[in-house]
Design a protein around this ligand. Sequence first.
Ligand SMILES: *Cc1c(COP(=O)(O)O)cnc(C)c1O
Length: 397
Amino acid sequence: MDSQTLMRLSEQVIAHTYNRFPILPVRGKGTRIWDREGKEYIDFFSGLAVCNLGHCHPRVVRAIQDQAERLIHVSNLYYIEPQIELASLLCQHSFADKVFFCNSGAEANEGALKLARKYAKEKMGQDRYEIITMEHSFHGRTLATLTATGQTKYQKGYAPLMPGFKYVPFDNLEAVRKAIDSKTCAVLLEPIQGEGGVRVPKEGYLKGLREICHEKGILLILDEVQVGMGRTGKLFAYEHENVEPDLLTLAKSLAGGVPIGALLMKEEVARSFEPGDHASTFGGNFLATAAGVAALQAILEEGMLENCQKVGAYFLTKLQGLQNKFNFVADVRGRGLILGMELKIDGAEIVKEMMKRGFLVNCTMNNVLRFLPPLIITEEEVDQMIEALEEVFKKIT
Ligand SMILES: *Cc1c(COP(=O)(O)O)cnc(C)c1O
């Protein structure tokens, strides 16, 4: 079947929940992917912050192959060695004492919301169930997580939403303080808002939130589904701010491209989950956790965090360079290798033009170009992308 026919078939048989670009990728290696026609792309999107190690990292590929030959799935009624190994690694390198595994970011957040409610009810009484989340946030597409998501565009058509959520402006401590009442059980937020337009809060914001939550006896939940696993130049984004959450969620890049989700917990909170309270059939299965162990070890052992910091800083100055040249660039921001360029114009056409030139970039909120390259991206590749972007900017003005 030729590519045009395949794409038409896709529109016919796949639910139309995505508008797709006309590319059929078939192969990937490192920072590159190739489509069916053999056209090469440098990937500045990483499958939405999933392929942090680059495509088909050899250690992840080998782990998947080795595991697939031995055992793919049993059940969480039995002990699962790579699951134990991945949880140990995560605990060793984070604030957490215990991990619950699931299969996606939404599911990890769903688990965090359930646990926060259960813990608060047990600790502080039956009326403690309300979760405070942020405007412009993104937490997933299940009914509870899309309710947690502070953007009405994702909620349209799905009423009635889950009760027990309250929204406040991001990066505003006073708003959180005012919103807390006798029903509040937790504050949930992304340390850097991803879908919401790469919004980085002021320094001290997380620390302030930590203090407020501590003072009020409520939980601080960080959604690091997008910014965790090295994306900001540290393994977890909270490390930049010298604070520790009570709960943290991971997914996207945790297993180097294989579906996985995880809820990281402090022991004191984790105790509220007892056998039968929460579960997931595939959660922490052999294949995903074996890939996760390989992915986490590669991030830690192959200098990816250092490269992310170094190339991220370089990339940011290059984007600032473009900001100085083009007056439709409103802002440039980010940390490590999650970078955003806010435009005063629509970004969709720019994304298409970049694709023609062999670069995959993303646009979120209609006007924020978002760059999420693999953590192994080089300064030379950044230069190539910036050169193409400048050419596109000149063309459209
Ligand atoms: C992608 C994302 C999610 C949802 O993850 P899924 O695996 O798509 O369910 C949740 N939170 C954040 C911050 C995300 O970026």
